[in-house]
Structures are given as C-alpha cells and as structure tokens.
Design a protein around this ligand. Structure first.
Ligand SMILES: Nc1nc2c(ncn2[C@@H]2O[C@H](COP(=O)(O)OP(=O)(O)OP(=O)(O)O)[C@@H](O)[C@H]2O)c(=O)[nH]1
Ligand SMILES: [Mg+2]
Length: 379
C-alpha cells in the first residue's frame, strides 16, 4: 500500500466508557482508507478537516468522534472496550480493499435541510450516549417522517392526537440537551454541601461546622443513570438572619426551589423534623419529585420519629455524608424520579425548541395558526 498507518490505543486496555485511539497516517492511499471508514455527520472527510476540527459521525455502524490533532495525526474516540478499538485498528491497517462506508446512517447532504441542521445543533449539546442516541434517531429521519405524516393528515382529531403524542415529550426532549435541575435545600448546617460532595465524589462545595457556610448557589453537573443533572447546593434557609449576604443567599435558595425539576430536602436527624422543615417542604412545587434526606444517621440512632408531614415527599432516604449510607439510594432515585418513562426510539420528539413552540401554539389555537405554513418552513 502507498503510505503507512500506525494505530496506538491511548486509553488503558479493557472496558471503559470511552476508548481513544491515535491514528498516524502518511500517504494518500492510507488517507483514502481512513476517509472511507469514517462517515462524518456533516459529510466532511477526515483528511480534509483542519487541525483541531472535531467531527462527529459513524464508523462501521458505531458512533465515534474524530479529532484531527496534527497534519498526520487523528484521534478516534469510540465506545470503550477492546473490540471497538481492535476493529478500528484492523480496518485501518488491513491490506484488503476498504469496504464501502456506511451510507445509510445519515441523510445525503442534498436532502439535509433546515430541520436536520436544527437537530444537529441540539445533538452537539448532548452530554451522554443515551441522550445523543435519541437525537440521532430524530436526525436520521424520525422527526422528518413525523412532520410529513402531519402534513398529509386531513382529519382534525388525528392531527390533534399526533401533535399530543409528540408534544407530551416536550420536557423530556428539552432535558436531552439541558440538565435536569436539582435543588439541594435545607436548614443551615443540615449537611447539604456534605451530601452534594458525597454524591459527586469530590469536594465541590465548602463544608464547615458553622451554619451559614454556603451563601451563593453552588452548581455542579453530574451524569446519573445516563441522564445529565445539575445539582444546586443552596444557602441554608432560616427565617431570621441579620446578615445581608446570607439574606441574599436565602433568597436565591428560595428561587432555586421554585425553578427546579427535583428537590433534595436535607434534614439534620439529630434535630428532628421541625416547623421550618415543614415550611420548606411546602415551598416545593407540588409536581416536583422531592426526597427528604434524613441526614447524619451515623450519629445517635434514637432520632426523633419522622413526622407524618414528611409523607408529602416522594421518598425518604436515611443518609450519612460521613459513612456514605443512603448515597447510592439517592443516586438511583433521582433518574427514576425525573425520567420515569422514556419514549421508543421511533417516536417523534420535539427536540427543536422553535418547532415545539410553533406546534404548541397551533395545538392551543388551531384556528389562529396555519399548521401547513409551520410544516412548510421545516420540510
Ligand atoms: N456526623 C455527621 N456530620 C455531618 C454529616 N453531614 C454533614 N455533617 C457535618 O455537619 C456540618 C455542616 O455540614 P455542611 O455540609 O457544611 O452543612 P450545610 O447544610 O451545607 O450548611 P450551610 O451551608 O451552612 O447551610 C459539618 O461539620 C459536617 O461535617 C453527616 O452525615 N454526619
Ligand atoms: Mg453548605
């Protein structure tokens, strides 16, 4: 063969979330082979990508990301596991004629329109494999087929049913790109920051044995069960404080509760359930899944009995930020609480915000908005 290809695995051998392979190529023929193995979503050939360019696409039916790191070097990021790396290496270094690239995964550029470009923009915001796979299905034709079906539907009831089926996933679709927001609230010193650190596994938020330590919102992104979450540690909420900074912190904590997708209410089990806790629980929007974290259970076990008011919470978990008790339960509860159901891969999802807003406006007022005009814009 004209040229040479050297393939080196950069990540440790064995199973992992992601494997990275460095590919060094000299010679046109070997470059052609690379180009034929990888199919970028935007149609660009890896050999023509500028240094630093990141390409998202398919390699033999698998999602991969290719980054050109120098004139002759590329990195291929694929799913972890030896088999995926071996396949990439074998296909690049084989002397057989390269097989035809997988062309069916992406629409031809000629048919790629505004809709696909808009979905692709959203796809790039996805942080996890599970969220990206939903976007990829929409990109590969699910949403276009759905809109086409809508455009030829003449029965008003059928149209309404089709719209309902798609738009009921609006919150789910939004959170494929934007993390679910989880407020960690509670009275000062209850252990909110300690529990947040225990959940994420490192010291993100300052812990101190004096109440009023956390003042501003402390946000941290974390993936739980394949879904993106933004955990927000808040200032301990207490009624009377003469400290201005703390007052501002308490105000932002209250706003955070009003705008969250799930809530973790941390209670110091040594103090038991108080009126202040009941008030906090009452401030959480009723549709918002809430877990009470009955914290510091590593200390005295003869804690005051949980109050009946606590039953208003979706879940009560006994925790200790010190010995880790209950942390796994919290980590398992959050994804199950905010994503109780997932759509089939073949279902249309309103992943493009503008389109979702237009379809919702039509559904709310069918005589005031032209559905055909909306669909013509996107098809
Ligand atoms: N024994 C025990 N101590 C804990 C636990 N969780 C937190 N603490 C301690 O309680 C104190 C307060 O913890 P923080 O995590 O700062 O509490 P906070 O709720 O964030 O406090 P503010 O930010 O002031 O509202 C610290 O001394 C922690 O070490 C726990 O589960 N068990
Ligand atoms: Mg704190």
């Amino acid at each position: 063969m004209n040229g040479e290809t050297n393939v080196t695995q950069l990540t440790a051998p064995g199973r992992g979330a992601v494997a990275v392979t460095r590919v060094n190529i000299t010679g046109q023929e070997t470059c052609d082979r690379f180009d034929s193995c990888f199919r970028a979503a935007n149609g660009m050939l890896p050999s023509q990508a500028a240094v630093g360019r990141i390409l998202y696409g398919m390699w033999d039916g698998e999602d991969v990301v290719v980054v050109r790191v120098s004139d002759n070097d590329w990195e291929v990021h694929c799913h972890g596991g030896d088999a995926a790396v071996e396949r990439i290496s074998r296909q690049l270094t084989s002397t057989d004629r390269p097989s035809d690239p997988v062309l069916t995964e992406y629409p031809d550029k000629a048919t790629e329109g505004r809709l696909e470009r808009a979905i692709l923009e959203q796809l790039l915001k996805c942080r996890t494999r599970s969220t990206a796979s939903f976007l990829l299905a929409q990109y590969n034709g699910v949403l276009r087929r759905y809109l086409t079906t809508l455009s030829i539907q003449e029965d008003a009831d059928e149209t309404a049913a089709l719209l309902h089926n798609c738009l009921r996933w609006r919150a789910f679709a939004t959170h494929l790109m934007t993390p679910w927001r989880v407020a960690v609230i509670g009275q000062p010193n209850a252990g909110k920051s300690s529990l947040l650190n225990a959940i994420i596994g490192y010291e993100r938020s300052i812990v101190f044995d004096q109440p009023g330590t956390t003042r501003d919102l402390v946000e941290v992104e974390v993936i739980l069960g394949g879904w993106p979450f933004l955990l927000v540690d808040t200032a301990g909420i207490r009624q009377e404080t003469s400290n201005d900074i703390e007052t501002v912190g308490v105000e932002s904590a209250r706003n955070c509760v009003a705008n969250c997708d799930a809530c973790l209410l941390v209670v110091d089990s040594q103090n038991g359930w108080t009126d202040a806790d009941a008030e906090l629980l009452g401030a959480v929007p009723s549709a918002c899944p809430t877990a009470i974290l009955w914290n510091k259970t590593d200390l005295s076990r003869d804690n005051p009995a949980p109050s009946p008011e606590m039953a208003a919470a979706t879940r009560i978990v006994e925790t200790s930020a010190i010995d880790g008790a209950g942390i796994e339960d919290v980590v398992n509860w959050l994804p199950a609480a905010v994503v109780p159901a997932t759509p089939e891969a073949t279902e249309a999802l309103p992943v493009v915000e503008l389109l979702a807003a237009q379809l919702t406006a039509f559904m709310d007022n069918p005589s005031g908005v032209s559905l055909q005009e909306i669909l013509d814009e996107w098809l």
